[in-house]
Ligand binder design. Structure first.
Ligand SMILES: Nc1ncnc2c1ncn2[C@@H]1O[C@H](COP(=O)(O)OP(=O)(O)O)[C@@H](O)[C@H]1O
Ligand SMILES: Cc1ncc(COP(=O)(O)O)c(N)n1
Length: 260
């Protein structure tokens, strides 16, 4: 048999919480073979990011060519891309495929992972090529160039072309994500909040789970639903962990190994 294949294009996190580590672990937990294209190497742990080393554009392109020439990639997710040239390259190579764009611009620790040139390249090239984008409220405000309420922001971003899941993580009471499809009223998806600080990599995990479910053939609505359930369940696991001196990793794998 041929397993479902998903590709992540993202940065590494040496602490194993976010980026490529989160994505490949999430793909594996959901029974999907994961391929990866590395865009940047970060020296990072649970307390923050010490250093970022971008991978040369030619190397990103040859990694991408190697994967796309050989494997039946059913869905792609992008995370930290780092430079406007990489953002443009991906828009050229990935348009027309099921494409989840997690516009990683600022780490939880506050370090900027995408400057204004990267933001401009997202707006001009990658957002119009995406199937669905998964910004948090801050990233949505940066992409739109203005701060507004989440439902309005989700609808405004959907008007630029892709479906939008504007994520609203939080540790008290409930969390609300807004799903907006182009030309339609945004819909609120509210679920319980897990009270934990072990949430480093949560946005990566959610968008990787979304790509994994699309790769397995789910439609967008079902993929968003299952990615949300998966993420909450993994936070339920990591809330019981003691790992690292800072914001611990979300648990990407399930104890049972069963797809969510
Ligand atoms: N503490 C939490 N409890 C439950 N769900 C959470 C929690 N934190 C984030 N989520 C969910 O995880 C997904 C990613 O959200 P978010 O944390 O906003 O991403 P990011 O890491 O990009 O800021 C969303 O579905 C959000 O609702
Ligand atoms: C390589 C890489 N990619 C993405 C993030 C964002 O993750 P978070 O918002 O949990 O810090 C990160 N910190 N590092």
């Amino acid at each position: 048999m041929t397993p479902a294949v998903a590709l992540t294009v993202a940065g590494t996190d040496s602490g194993g919480a976010a980026g490529i580590a989160a994505d490949l672990a999430t793909f594996a937990a959901l029974g999907v073979h994961g391929a990866c294209v590395v865009t940047a190497v970060t020296a990072q742990d649970t307390t923050g990011i010490r250093d970022v080393h971008p991978v040369p554009l030619a190397s990103v392109e040859s990694q991408l060519d190697a994967v796309l020439d050989d494997l039946p990639v059913a869905a792609v997710k992008t995370g930290m891309l780092g430079t406007p040239e990489v953002v443009e390259l991906l828009a050229r190579h990935l348009a027309g495929r099921p494409l989840v764009v997690d516009p990683v611009l600022v780490a939880t620790s506050g370090v900027v992972l995408g400057d204004e040139h990267v933001v401009a390249a997202y707006r001009a090239h990658l957002l119009p090529a995406a199937t669905v984008i998964t910004p948090n409220a801050h990233e949505a405000a940066v992409l739109l160039g203005r701060a507004t309420d989440p439902a309005t922001a989700a609808a405004a971003l959907a008007d630029t072309g892709p479906a939008v899941v504007l994520t609203g993580g939080g540790t008290r009471g409930t969390c609300t994500d807004w799903l907006a499809l182009p030309g339609q009223r945004p819909v609120a998806r509210t679920h319980r909040a897990v009270p934990t600080t072990n949430d480093h990599g949560t946005g990566c995990t959610f968008s990787a789970a979304l790509a994994a479910h699309l790769a397995r053939g789910a439609d967008l609505d079902a993929a968003v639903h299952h990615a949300g359930l998966f993420t909450v369940r993994q936070l339920d696991v990591s809330r019981r962990w003691t790992l690292g001196r800072g914001r611990g990793p979300v648990a990407h794998t399930t104890p049972t190994g069963e797809p969510a």
